[in-house]
Write a protein that binds this ligand. Structure first.
Ligand code: NAP
Ligand code: MG
Length: 504
């Protein structure tokens, strides 16, 4: 099946998905699909062709206020507030199953809206999203407090007390997500918030709102009570309204460090809780004793997965001088074998960047690197003139002060940098305002643990890359963020502790 927009044609394989795309794309507020109160819409595009994929209702401040009010009343009264842990578990489990039932549709939609390879969307994004709901489905009945025996220094010796702690939901959570893993970021945010009994207002990125809207349909089919999850697509302006809203208790954000700082500012008014997953410039260190073919494959995956649009991408590859030339030739050869093309072609390894804006930003970094004197080992240019493609690129001859060495590029671009000593490479790796992820490649077990403990990053991977899992906390040191998502850490992010003391 295909849909024609203007002169171009986008092929939609799934009839269910075609029906979804044919329906109006509205806002989910209080369990109903509604138009924007200002009757505004915005367009989302297919990055492989630049053509319009869908028109989506554009949330405004009035819509956001209605969504927050719905989330507030669902939090305080009604079936959600009374729902027992085992019922929340069943609901989260059902959501996971429904995502799996809709897996092909989600993968196709994610590929169309974001540009990523459909095969990767199916194998990673959609499966991980289902896994995230499944993992948090296990939590509601395991959230516990402690029983305490306080000493109470002011009380007379014969007095007795009983104290315990309760872990309670934070309340209404504003969640603002980016465009690089749209469905997965929605899952990372919504699943732990629901497991802990909160309610949610989600603002997807303007570039990729569609999979969040399909998830909204899935949540309703799974039987989520009205107002528990509200979805309001729109631009950054309503993200700002959400993060400054006086009736929102917590804001969880994934995106750029620049906007993360704005979120902190706007959260000040009511001192809402803030968690942030921000940018990265992650080092990937290859020691001389590494299994070189594995390390080359890992470095390649490290900077090309999702065409480099991953906050944990390995964008500074440090290679021991003894193997530097050998490693670079093998990496360049592997890069040259990558196929560039649209996300719906199974042969494509490198697919378009999400938007023209992102394309221009990455081209700007390629130009800045060349102008500063870096050498292009392979790639280095825009690819084609339709769609937002960038050749996978490796720079050498870089210096630590160049913008390509310090800033997040968010395209399939990395640096290969030689080093000679372990101490020296640890210092270089840690010389960053970021600290999201780091990896090292070695066969020396002692070195693996020694270096892992000294790298300033929220995730350290040894002889592997992109090792993300629902069980493992993920988040950043330094300016890569506040807090950790996934694992038990997200249960802490979405709860607050109360101590109760009874004089017996
Ligand atoms: P961004 O502006 O940080 O966008 C992330 C989310 O924040 C989007 O939903 C965005 O809305 C929203 N937003 C924008 N301004 C806001 C504000 N003042 N208050 C509240 N929310 C706001 O990211 P971007 O501009 O799309 O990308 C720029 C760079 O950020 C990339 O090149 C990359 O380096 C980095 N980035 C990092 C991640 C990550 O996973 N850590 C993800 C994406 C981008 P709209 O987009 O709908 O306007
Ligand atoms: Mg799009």
């Amino acid at each position: 099946m295909s849909i024609t927009f203007g002169s171009e044609t986008t092929t939609i394989n799934s009839s269910r998905l075609r029906e979804f795309l044919d329906r109006p794309k509205q806002l989910l507020i209080n369990g109903e699909w509604v138009d924007s109160r200002a009757e505004k819409v915005f367009k989302t595009y297919n990055p492989a062709t630049g053509e319009v994929l869908a028109e989506v209702a554009q949330g405004t401040e009035a819509d956001l206020n209605a969504a927050v009010a719905a989330a507030r009343s669902a939090f305080e009264e009604g079936s959600w507030a009374r729902m027992r842990p085992n019922m929340r578990e069943e609901l989260l489990w059902r959501i996971s199953q429904k995502i799996t039932e809709w897996a092909d549709d989600f993968a196709e939609l994610e590929s169309l809206d974001n540009g990523k390879p459909q095969g990767i969307a199916a194998a990673f994004d959609v499966r991980s999203a289902a896994d995230c709901f499944r993992y948090y489905a296990g939590w509601p009945s395991k959230i516990q407090g402690s029983v305490n025996n306080p000493s109470m220094v002011l009380a007379p010796p014969e007095a007795e007390f009983h104290s315990y702690t309760r872990r309670e939901p934070v309340g209404v959570c504003g969640q603002i997500i980016p465009w690089n893993f749209p469905l997965l970021m929605a899952a990372w945010k919504i699943a732990p918030a629901l497991a802990t009994g909160n309610t949610v207002v989600l603002k997807p990125a303007e570039q990729t709102p569609l999979s969040a809207l399909l998830l909204g349909e899935v949540l309703m089919e799974a039987g989520i009570p009205d107002g528990v999850v509200n979805i309001v697509p729109g631009y950054g302006d309503i993200g700002a309204v959400l993060s400054s809203h006086a009736d929102v208790d917590k804001v969880a954000f994934t995106g750029s460090t620049e906007v993360g700082k704005k979120i902190v500012e706007s959260a000040k008014g009511n001192l809402k809780k803030v968690s942030l997953e921000l940018g990265g410039k992650s080092p990937n260190i290859v020691f001389a004793d590494a299994d070189i073919p594995n390390a080359v494959a890992g470095a390649l995956q490290g900077f090309t997965l999702n065409s480099g649009q991953a906050c944990e991408a390995g964008t500074r590859v440090y290679v021991h001088e003894d193997i530097y030339d050998e490693f670079n030739s093998a990496l360049a050869e592997a890069v040259e074998q990558l196929q560039i093309g649209p996300g719906n072609d199974p042969a494509s390894d490198i697919t378009p960047l999400v938007s023209e804006e992102q394309l221009n930003r990455v081209v700007g970094y390629l130009d800045a690197g060349k102008a500063a004197g870096a050498k292009v080992l392979v790639g280095g240019n825009r690819w084609g003139d339709t769609g937002y493609y960038i050749e996978p690129t490796v720079f050498t001859n870089t210096t630590p002060d160049m913008s390509i060495s310090r800033e997040e590029i968010f395209g399939p671009v990395t640096l290969s940098i030689p080093f000679s000593q372990e101490d020296e490479v640890i210092e270089a790796a840690n010389d960053s305002e970021y600290g999201l992820a780091a990896a090292l490649w070695t066969k020396d077990l002692s070195r693996a643990h020694r270096v892992a403990s000294r790298l300033q990053a929220g995730s350290v991977w040894v002889n592997t890359y992109h090792a993300l899992d629902s069980q493992l906390p993920f988040g950043g040191y330094h300016q890569s963020g506040w807090g950790r998502e996934l694992g038990p850490e997200s249960i802490e992010l979405y709860t607050q502790v109360k101590s109760v003391t009874i004089a017996l």
